[in-house]
Write a protein that binds this ligand. Structure first.
Ligand SMILES: [Mg+2]
Length: 378
């Protein structure tokens, strides 16, 4: 089997004026991402997502990958991944190289799964998995005035039992947000917080201490992702687990997070970390240091579907069944038709469980009309 065609499809969606949302660093109104579609000489088609703007992905694919991808046997995808570090030499650690590669890699695995008629998570070594626990990414900072509790109340009403909220705009505001979230989620719900790297270590530590009684499962990006010594300082001085990885690309960056347990949870994004091939290396590496793996998901439906397959494949080593720390999968609750409208059968996180598609490959069918609706020039 050989790949005959590679196509990049830029997607874009903007929220209405005045309804930007975001994190402690600021607001955004427009999402851009890029799908990668591969075709083979056997008629199989594969989909992946490069979680980066269209023009950059298109140029990167054209310049660095297209010649190697056309003619490639999708079963040999690992060779492409390894080559991203060596040919051209020195480019492999770049976010756009790894994003483009992620889209191609995931599309190859989609094809391989279809060829052998197995869902990707089984190819990655996962044991049978019917469903995952989704967590709501919610309580964004919003441009418009909204009652603080409204979004997390909506998530709970949808059936979510776990949520991650945005904090990072000052200790007192952090405490209020966490208090409200915990009250609405209840004592049993899993609650995570995301500082989006908006703090210096002493500020992150101050908030961590102030919210210590609210049973927070992890603090995400307490300091900027580039600030390795900051992570180590925060980790030495707080008890709450630390998570990072959405801004790390490729196995070498993740090795630095995993080594010496710089963080407790790594969060590869399947549209940026290098795809399934790199994510499984990251998961194996994490297991050697007893670091948890919980994929970051802020993608379109294709990247989300990839994260579902990956999450379903991750081993729960070293836990025995009586430790209550399930795999949880991020499911953004902000308005995003690129996530909700692109599939003929959308992924449904409501009711507290997310079914893992058992059909071959990613187990998804693209709604071509929706694709055209959100296709952009860049
Ligand atoms: Mg985050």
């Amino acid at each position: 089997m050989e790949i005959t065609t590679i196509e990049t499809i830029p997607l874009r969606h903007s929220l209405p004026e005045g309804r930007s949302l975001g994190d402690a660093r600021g607001f955004g109104r427009t999402r851009k991402t890029t799908l990668v579609r591969l075709e083979t000489d056997t008629g199989l088609e594969g989909w992946g997502e490069a979680f980066a703007p269209g023009r950059i992905v298109e140029a990167t694919v054209e310049e660095l990958f297209a010649d190697d991808v056309v003619g490639l046997d999708p079963f040999a995808v690992q060779s492409l991944v390894d080559r991203s570090y060596t040919d051209p030499y020195h480019f492999g650690g770049d976010v756009f190289v790894q994003s483009a590669l992620s889209g191609i890699d995931v599309a190859c695995w989609d094809i391989v799964g279809k060829a052998v008629e197995r869902p990707v998570y089984r190819l990655l070594g996962g044991t049978e998995c019917e469903s995952l626990v989704p967590y709501a990414s919610t309580m964004y900072f919003t441009e418009e005035e909204r009652p603080l509790e409204e979004p997390i109340r909506e998530a709970v009403e949808e059936g979510f039992t776990a949520a991650k909220i945005k904090i990072g705009a000052g200790r007192d505001d952090d405490v209020e947000r966490v208090r409200v979230a915990r009250e609405i989620l209840g004592d049993e719900g899993r609650l995570m917080v995301d500082m989006n790297g908006n703090y210096r270590p002493h500020q992150a530590i101050e908030t961590a201490n102030a919210i210590a009684d609210y049973d927070v499962a992890w603090i995400e990006e307490p300091v900027p992702p580039e600030n390795a010594s900051g992570y180590r300082e925060v980790k030495r001085r707080i008890d709450t687990p630390i998570a990072a990885g959405e801004a790390h690309y490729g196995r070498f960056a993740f090795k630095e997070l995993v080594d010496d347990r710089t963080v407790d949870v790594v969060q590869p994004n399947l549209g940026r970390c290098g795809g399934f091939s790199e994510a499984r290396l990251i998961a194996d590496m994490a297991s050697t240091e007893n670091v948890a793996v919980r994929p970051h998901v802020w993608n379109s439906a294709v990247g989300t579907a990839a994260a579902v397959q990956f999450a379903a494949s991750v081993s729960d080593y070293p836990h025995s069944r009586n430790v209550p720390e399930p795999m949880v999968l991020e499911f953004d609750r902000s308005e995003n038709p690129l996530r909700d409208d692109l599939l003929e059968t959308p992924l449904d996180p409501t009711g507290g469980r997310l079914e893992v598609p058992q059909e071959p490959g990613l187990g998804i069918s693209i709604d071509e009309q929706a694709l055209e609706r959100y296709r952009s020039e860049a």
